[in-house]
Design a protein around this ligand. Structure first.
Ligand code: 2M8
Length: 409
């Protein structure tokens, strides 16, 4: 296939996964609207259908809660193919949704969509919603100055070793029987294990039992970990939101202050032993034991740190394709098991956005070429083995198609 053929195939994936105003990540495995997947879908649409790009974001924010939270899944229509569905989350919202959020990339991508394709009035209408969501992150997820997650699914990097310390303290033994659906769609050896799922469900059951009361979840919930990736994403997203505010004639003071607070909190996730920013269990103080691509997202936020960069450079050099989700030198590295080692084009794209802003064109070029090679060889899969390039997970994947169009091609 030529790159022109791939462009056409990527557009066909986006339009094929369009369910009318929102895009599913991939048919079968993920049949609903996922939060950060949709923001990337919008970026992809902006390369050929700007109106549809803004609609994607508008539909995402139609699921925003009164608290400002934008849920990680919006269940616009029933589908038996995914577990856990709305009957398990029981959030009582309209439209039905999950009770946690996901990485707040929407402002970063909305700014780039606007720069590429215009749409000032659509952006103006979204602005207060973006601001409310960022405020929710500040009020309900920033602890000791850094952004935390209350469930690994909230991080978007589900079974990453980052979450092992917190997961160890979650009791999954009482969740009762349930039927997973994911392992019927893709290779089970590449998915999180049963013990992971038992714990994921225990966290959902806790949230449901307290009516998704955030104060209770933060104080007494089974899991609370600082997430370097979301901390860095939120620093960048708040700065981008401030830039959007400037363009719209709004006051940028709040998002600028939130970005500065997060930057001030960074020493709290610096792991001296690993010489890197790391996930940290806020209940026990324990750091994760290996360096993940969450740390590499410091580049998205423009955080410069020489020790950290040396580590990241070595990690990158240990693989052939892109930034791996976990350090190959770590005993927890598994090159095909989801977020425990594979490279994710979508994370590479975010890192590249930061490299580009910093004028680091040689590294951005390398990252783009390595990511593009994976797609040219393997197609638009969900993620890839970073060592031999094997395509893994779901096929015809929306966010991989989107970043091909918007960045990698
Ligand atoms: C994966 O997460 C879902 C749960 O949200 C799952 O495994 O069932 C993650 O890769 C997440 O980052 C992504 O948004 C989602 C849909 O692509 O799949």
């Amino acid at each position: 296939m030529t790159d022109d053929d791939l462009d056409a195939a990527a557009r066909a994936i986006l339009t094929g996964n369009d369910r009318g105003g929102y895009t599913i990540p991939t048919a079968g495995l993920y049949p609903f609207q996922w939060n950060w997947d949709s923001a990337f879908a919008a970026w992809g649409f902006s390369t050929f259908d700007p109106d549809r790009a803004w609609t994607e974001l508008e539909t995402l924010f139609s699921g925003q809660w009164g608290t400002g939270m934008v849920p990680h899944i919006i269940f616009h229509r029933d589908d038996e193919g995914y577990f856990p569905g709305p009957d398990v989350w029981r959030t009582g919202t309209t439209p039905p949704s999950s009770g946690i959020s996901q990485p707040p990339v929407a402002a970063i991508l909305a700014r780039m969509i606007h720069a590429r394709a215009g749409g000032t009035e659509r952006l103006r209408a979204l602005y207060p919603r973006l601001l409310a969501w960022h405020r929710w992150w500040r009020d309900w997820r920033c602890v000791e100055g850094v952004a935390c997650v209350t469930h690994p699914w909230e991080s978007g990097r589900d079974n990453c070793p980052d979450w092992d310390p917190g997961m160890a303290n979650v009791d999954g033994s009482q969740v009762g029987p349930y039927q997973r659906r994911d392992t019927g769609h893709v290779d089970a050896s590449m998915r999180p294990g049963k013990e992971d799922y038992d714990r994921y469900l225990a966290m959902v059951q806790f949230g449901r039992a307290c009516g998704w009361d955030q104060a209770t979840i933060l104080k007494d919930g089974p899991f609370l970990m600082a997430d370097p990736a979301i901390t860095f994403i939120l620093i960048r997203a708040n700065r981008d939101l401030a830039a959007i505010a400037g363009e719209l004639g709004e006051d940028p003071a709040e998002p600028l202050a939130w970005a500065a607070e997060l930057e001030d909190g960074l020493p709290g996730i610096w792991n001296d032993d690993l010489q890197a920013y790391c996930a940290r269990d806020m209940q026990t103080g324990t750091f994760a034991r290996s360096i993940s691509s969450g740390a590499a997202l410091g580049l998205l936020a423009g955080i410069e740190n020489r020790a950290m960069e040396e580590k990241l450079g070595a990690i990158w050099d240990r693989v052939r394709y892109g930034i791996p989700s976990n350090d190959p030198a770590s005993d927890s590295f598994d090159p095909r098991r989801y977020w425990r080692g594979p490279t994710w084009p979508v994370v590479n794209a975010l890192i590249a956005v930061g490299l580009n802003s910093a004028g680091r064109t040689a590294e951005e070029h390398r990252l783009r070429e390595e990511t593009a090679a994976l797609i040219r060889q393997g197609g638009f899969f969900e993620y890839f083995d970073p060592i031999d390039g094997t395509a893994c997970g779901g096929d015809r994947f929306t966010w991989t198609a989107a970043i091909w169009l918007a960045w990698a091609s």
